[in-house]
Design a protein around this ligand. Structure first.
Ligand code: UD1
Ligand code: CA
Length: 452
């Protein structure tokens, strides 16, 4: 069987006013990626899958996000919000080009899985003209109701237009629909706005298809999966559903999560074999974790690659652009940013390593700071392999420390240190014999008159 071609039209012209945010609704993140990114990834997958996104006027940032995710996508602007069918037809140019299937998804419904979209498309290959994603709503108020006669889908009725009996129906429209690509335009062009709200309703496609003697079917899924997002509270619920899924998938892939409900992952986090993540770890976007790595509690990692058998934390912050080599060890209260640490590097305590490259097996002592910022620009610290950076060293960048070099504790290093050299920058220590005793006695003498 040859793969069927498909066009996915994602409706993202929503105003999102109930989010009370400057950010357009579909750009809000769930598990480190925008709502739109989730929808595009699940709805438009595989070869021969074309994509069109319908956005609102002046939504340049939404257009940018689409182009970032899918440079091949067509973006259409719906100038006036006249309803979901009107929005789909904003992408007419793409629909006219033809596809076996036309799938319509909403940009603010990020939890529908790729499997469910595939399930929805399946009946089109066997003769249905329209397939509707349905669910049993705990409270159907506000949703379009799926009306069946003799077990066959005959129409969808929006809340405002539904009779009292129709409102009792709990089988609801999730909003996502799939069409036989060769019949889609004929159906869509027949949709009018003769309803209470005066909108062009996509849902009318069902009754129209029936009128044309075509088949319409319902594919059911769970209510959890079809949650739409209108408010910040619903955004948080979606985050929670998504996190549960990601934790489950990670554990199924063999990751040990000691307290899964306390670990936050991103949709694109990748894991090797035998990874352990302790409680209360937050992983942002763009993180890969190698085989056998252990992420200890209270660590925060974003856009970084963690090598094999690497140990991070507890209480470590790994910031964007950081790469930790195999067997590296990052201990408590260590922050790394844009730092390339080769294999076996140890930074065990209380350090900041930013804009730096550190050669294999170098040991960085407690309290070492790369002074990478001079108030104007960022500068690099380069440390060779097998070096030893003593405790409480400041490395004032730009600066180079050679391979095998040794830096004495407490040094402020401002000039390059050659390979295998020992650098020490410290004022000479003075020792006064008996000085402490004399000091205490003088303090006690000063105190006496009060009590005496
Ligand atoms: C829609 C369905 C309803 C279903 C519900 C599920 C229709 C007519 N109704 O209702 O049956 O139960 O979703 O959540 O389809 N949009 C545009 N341009 C428009 C109008 C809408 O882009 O002119 C987009 C919105 O941004 C949103 C989606 O289409 O992403 C759905 O629109 P919305 O107004 O939220 O429809 P509902 O009333 O929720
Ligand atoms: Ca809605």
């Amino acid at each position: 069987m040859t793969a069927r071609s498909s066009l996915t039209v994602v409706l993202a012209a929503g105003e999102g006013t109930r989010m009370r945010a400057t950010l357009p609704k579909v750009l809000h993140p769930v598990a480190g990626e925008s709502l739109l990114a989730h929808v595009l990834a699940a709805a438009s997958k595989g070869e021969g899958a074309r994509l069109a996104v319908v956005i609102g006027p002046e939504h340049h940032s939404v257009e940018q996000e689409v182009k970032r995710l899918r440079p091949d996508a067509d973006v259409f602007v719906q100038r006036e919000r006249l309803g979901t069918a009107h929005a789909v037809l904003a992408a007419r140019e793409a629909i006219v080009r033809g596809a076996d299937d036309l799938l319509v998804a909403f940009g603010d419904t990020p939890l529908i899985s790729a499997e469910t979209f595939a399930r929805l498309r399946a009946p089109l290959a066997t003769g249905a003209a329209v397939a509707v994603l349905g669910f049993r709503a705990a409270d159907p108020t506000g949703y379009g109701r799926l009306l069946l006669r003799d077990g066959r889908l005959v129409a969808i009725r929006e809340q405002a237009d539904a009779s009292e009996d129709e409102r009792k129906v709990t089988l609801c429209n999730a909003g996502v629909m799939a069409f036989d690509g060769r019949k889609a335009l004929q159906i869509l062009d027949r949709i009018d706005n003769a309803n209470k709200k005066g909108e062009y309703y996509l849902v009318d496609a069902v009754a129209i298809a029936r009128d044309m003697g075509l088949e319409a079917v319902v594919i059911e899924t769970s209510e959890d999966e079809v949650r739409g997002i209108n408010t910040k509270a619903q955004l948080a619920e979606a985050e929670s559903v998504m996190q549960t899924r990601l934790r489950q998938a990670a554990m199924e892939a063999g990751v040990t999560l000691i307290a899964p409900e306390t670990v936050y992952l991103a949709a694109d986090t990748t894991f090797g074999k035998d990874v352990t993540i302790e409680p209360f770890v937050v992983i942002g976007p763009g993180v890969s974790i190698g085989d056998g790595a252990v992420i200890h509690s209270f660590s925060h990692i974003v856009q970084a690659s963690i090598g094999k058998k690497t140990s991070v934390g507890p209480y470590a912050r790994i910031r964007p652009g950081t790469s930790l080599g195999d067997g590296a060890k990052i201990g408590n209260f260590v922050e790394a940013k844009a730092a390339i640490l080769e294999e076996g590097v140890k930074v065990n305590h209380l350090s900041y390593i930013g804009d730096a490259e550190v050669g294999a097996n170098t040991n960085i002592g407690a309290g070492t700071i790369t002074c990478n910022y001079d108030g104007f620009g960022k500068h690099k610290t380069l440390i060779g392999k097998g070096a030893f950076i003593g405790t409480n060293t400041s490395l004032v960048a730009p600066v180079k420390v050679g391979a095998g070099a040794y830096i004495g504790s407490g040094s402020v290093i401002t000039a390059d240190v050659p390979d295998d050299a020992l650098a020490l920058e410290r004022s000479p220590q003075t020792v006064r014999e008996g000085g402490a005793t004399r000091y205490r006695e003088s303090k006690l003498r000063d105190k006496k008159p009060k009590g005496a």
